[in-house]
Design a protein around this ligand. Sequence first.
Ligand SMILES: O=P(O)(O)OC[C@H]1O[C@H](OP(=O)(O)OP(=O)(O)O)[C@H](O)[C@@H]1O
Ligand SMILES: O=c1cc[nH]c(=O)[nH]1
Ligand SMILES: [Mg+2]
Length: 210
Amino acid sequence: MPIHEIRHPLVRHKIGLMREGDISTKKFRELTAELGRLLAYEACKDFELETVTLQGWAGPVEVDQIKGKKVTVVPILRAGLGMLDGVLDMIPSAKVSVVGIARNEETLQPAPYFEKFVGHLGERMALIIDPMLATGGSLVATCDMLKRKGCGQIRALVLVAAPEGIALMAERHPDVEIFTASVDSHLNEQGYIIPGLGDAGDKIFGTKLG
Ligand SMILES: O=P(O)(O)OC[C@H]1O[C@H](OP(=O)(O)OP(=O)(O)O)[C@H](O)[C@@H]1O
Ligand SMILES: O=c1cc[nH]c(=O)[nH]1
Ligand SMILES: [Mg+2]
C-alpha cells in the first residue's frame, strides 16, 4: 500500500504550526483547510488529461483538461469536515459523501453512526478525508463501507498518520493510497498520536473541555 508523505516545504511548515500546544481554534481550523488543499493537490497529480481545442483570444488553442474524472470526497465526521472546504477548493465539481464514525475512547474501536453516499460509486474515485489516522480503525471501516457500495478506487488524505494505522491499512486495504503531511512516531496508551496534534475534532470544533 503506497503511503505518500508530502515533503513540500509549505506542508512541513504548516503541519509544524499545528503542533503548537495552545493553538487557537481559528488558527487550527485555517491550517486544517490549507493542508486539505495541499494534500488534494498532491492526490490528483496523476489524473489523466485530454487535449481539447478552445476558441482563444487569438484563434483556436489546444488546452489540457482533466479527462472525465468523477470524484466523491468523503469526510469522516466530525474532524474530516475541517478539511472539506480546502479539498473542494481544488476539486469544485466533486460530490460529497459523508460517513459518521466515533472512536470508542476505551476500546478504540470505531462505531459508525451515519452514512450518506452519492450514487454511482463504482464510477467514482473516493477521496476520504480525516485529519488523524491513529489505530486505523475509522479509516478501515470507511473503506469497508465504500467497497460494499461498489467503490473500487479509494485514496485517503490525512494530516498525520501513525505507523500503527498505516500497518492496519496495509493489511486490510492494501489498494488504498494514503497522502499525509506527516508520518509520526507512535500511539500512546490512550491511542493518541505522538507527537501528533492532540484531539483534532475538539480543536476544530472548539469542544475541548477546560
Ligand atoms: O484511527 P483511529 O484510531 O480510528 O482514530 C482516528 C479517528 O479518531 C478521530 O475521530 P473521533 O472518533 O475522535 O471523532 P470526532 O472527529 O468526532 O472527534 C479522528 O478524527 C479519526 O476519525
Ligand atoms: O491523536 C489522535 C488520535 C485520534 N484522534 C485524534 O483526534 N487524535
Ligand atoms: Mg475527536
